[in-house]
Design a protein around this ligand. Structure first.
Ligand SMILES: [Zn+2]
Length: 443
């Protein structure tokens, strides 16, 4: 009788469990000797308020989120719609009652979000999302800030790449379909920047152009931006030469008013202006964020984005007061990246790599290798971005938080079990990674 009663209670408890417990969620496989430690650490890690160092919050119809929309290409497995984590995320955040996103199920989610958007006007929708996920502050990497993002919770990081494209870009656009999609937008955004800082067209002389670039940085900083972001890896390689000003000035004078520069001429000019931005950001105490991992699109250059190409810039004495954040942690070159982060002015961000490129199992191993070398230089990010009216930034914020908490607790548990660190050191590493290391850069 007691056994029957126990069985009934068990069944009852099963049906009373929150539905999120019944959806498969990806997880790290913790080595057996570390499992009890993992179970002890995970709830403590989950209580740490998060600083998300890289995200693109916004609605799918907001064109200010991303200046370089990549033409459709094959997605990594974790971003594909069949990934069960989409359902787990939608269920955790919106009580999504279905087990896939097909047809009317996806419609349900879009309608739910539209209704919530109405009932939580202005900044309330995204504030509530951060609250739900335990995120204190999130970077908003966007062209401009949105009035529906609370500036107390969302810190603006703007794109500085357009200043690298003052000349005719048709030669660059002809290289491949991705560049053909990117280039017109860079030109358009440069025109906007010129208007914003009151510069009409390209001023005569390189010195005047550089002073325009500086004004762009200062203007964004004055309007609340906390860092400047390069997504330059989408446009060209990280091999930056160090041309003398006369060479850059000659290219500028030749093409300022028209004409199509040869690829080598454009590169020389960009190498020079990139270095000017990096130096000026040091003077202005404006950290420089650099997309430094594999990227989307069929023509993204993996060889070009190898962080070892950046080494001559990062180790250049002239930029020793510039703070560099290697966004996405260099993946798949994440090991040289953490070794470069031993430099006093270089940090890594784990977004994308840790949220939708890798599952928690693989990310746990990446984090463990990073924590073993320079834990105080690793920062958390989600790279959350809008996709369509059904799925997007909300679910990807969940991906990031879910991955980071489980992978952090697992990596640290294994390090404790291997007697590499103590439990109190482990919690200090977790607090640093999830919040303090990034927050400390912007105080
Ligand atoms: Zn991003």
């Amino acid at each position: 009788m007691r056994r029957v009663l126990f069985f009934c209670l068990l069944l009852f408890a099963f049906f009373l469990l929150p539905s999120s417990f019944l959806v498969a969620q990806s997880r790290p496989l913790v080595s057996p000797s570390a499992t009890p430690i993992y179970q002890r650490l995970l709830p403590q890690v989950a209580r740490i308020k998060i600083f998300d160092h890289h995200a693109h919050p916004g609605w799918a119809d907001d064109t200010e989120v991303d200046p370089a929309p990549v033409p459709p290409s094959v997605l990594p497995l974790r971003l594909r719609e069949e990934n069960p984590d989409w359902v787990a995320a939608a269920r955790a955040l919106f009580a999504f009652p279905f087990s896939d996103l097909k047809g009317t199920h996806g419609r349900w989610l879009a309608d739910k979000k539209a209704a919530l958007r109405k009932s939580r006007p202005g900044p309330q929708y995204f504030d509530a999302l951060l609250d739900q996920l335990g995120v204190e502050t999130s970077v908003a990497n966007r062209i401009t800030m949105a009035d529906y993002l609370d500036p107390r919770r969302f810190k603006w990081v703007f794109y500085i790449d357009p200043v690298l494209f003052p000349f005719d870009t048709s030669g660059l656009a002809a290289r491949n379909p991705d560049q053909a999609a990117f280039m017109p937008n860079q030109t358009k955004l440069l025109r906007r920047l010129e208007q914003q800082v009151g510069a009409g067209g390209h001023p005569p002389g390189l010195a005047a152009y550089l002073s325009f670039v500086t004004r762009v940085l200062e203007d964004h900083q004055r309007r609340g931006a906390i860092a400047a972001k390069f997504e330059i890896a989408y446009f060209r390689s990280f091999v930056f030469d160090d041309p003398p000003p006369e060479t850059a000035a000659a290219v500028y004078d030749k093409y300022r008013s028209g004409g199509v520069p040869a690829a080598a001429e454009y590169k020389t000019f960009q190498d020079f202006v990139f270095r000017h931005v990096v130096a000026e950001c040091g003077r202005l105490h404006l950290p420089v964020h650099i997309h430094s991992s594999a990227g989307a699109g069929d023509y993204f250059s993996l060889a070009g984005v190898n962080v070892l190409n950046l080494e001559p810039v990062l180790r250049d004495l002239r930029y020793s007061s510039t703070t560099f954040v290697l966004i996405h942690g260099g993946y798949p070159f994440e090991q040289p990246a953490i070794l470069m982060a031993l430099m006093k002015n270089v940090w890594l961000d784990s977004s994308a790599t840790g949220s939708f490129l890798l599952y928690p199992q693989e990310f746990k191993d990446v984090l463990r290798r990073w924590f073993a070398i320079a834990p105080e230089k690793v920062t958390y990010g989600s790279d959350a971005f809008p996709i369509d009216e059904r799925i997007g930034a909300e679910e990807l914020y969940w991906f990031g938080v879910h991955n980071a908490r489980t992978a952090t607790a697992a990596a640290l548990a294994e390090m404790i079990a291997a007697r590499e660190i103590t439990e109190s050191q482990a919690m200090a590493i977790a607090r640093g990674y999830l919040h303090d290391n990034a927050a400390g850069l912007y105080r």
